[in-house]
Design a protein around this ligand. Structure first.
Ligand code: FES
Length: 149
């Protein structure tokens, strides 16, 4: 596959997730919840989790954001659901390396590799990481709103 057709494929994946986000909505009686805010644009997102014995049994999110932040939240929810808290932290670290340019392999990130292109655009890196920062805060049991700035 050429680089430009790969970029087109990645663009399609991002658009598809932003139009039909998986796990959008909230959880009744979540065990953990956190909000993310990107002050550069005012976009916001809330993560809801149901944890049981260190396992992320359910994850949902409500977002009012750009295509990249919503697609990242959607793909993140698919990768993280059913994983342990430790696995989620490891995925966050891998995803961070992917979008700052140190990693090119899939390494379990699945469709999240489609977001690798944001590494060229620092402001878009904040869009892609917004849901992950909120997830991290939720897993810590924190209640403050996390900001990308
Ligand atoms: Fe606001 Fe992307 S432009 S999170």
């Amino acid at each position: 596959m050429t680089q430009s057709s790969l970029n087109d494929l990645y663009q399609d994946i991002i658009l598809e997730h932003s139009k039909n986000p998986r796990n959008s909505g909230n959880i009744e009686n979540p065990t953990h919840i956190a909000k993310g805010n990107n002050p550069l644009c005012g976009d916001r997102l809330t993560i809801f989790l149901k944890l049981n014995a260190g396992l992320i049994e359910d994850i949902k999110f409500e977002a009012r954001g750009c295509a990249i932040s919503v697609a990242s939240a959607s793909m993140m929810s698919m990768v993280i659901r059913g994983k342990t808290v430790e696995d989620a932290a490891a995925f966050f670290s891998k995803f961070n390396q992917l979008i700052v340019g140190n990693q090119t392999e899939d390494d379990g990130l699945q469709e999240l590799v489609a977001l690798a292109g944001v590494r060229e655009f620092p402001t878009r890196v904040k869009c892609a990481t917004l849901p992950w920062h909120a997830l991290q805060e939720a897993l810590k049991g924190g209640s403050k709103e996390v900001r990308t700035e």
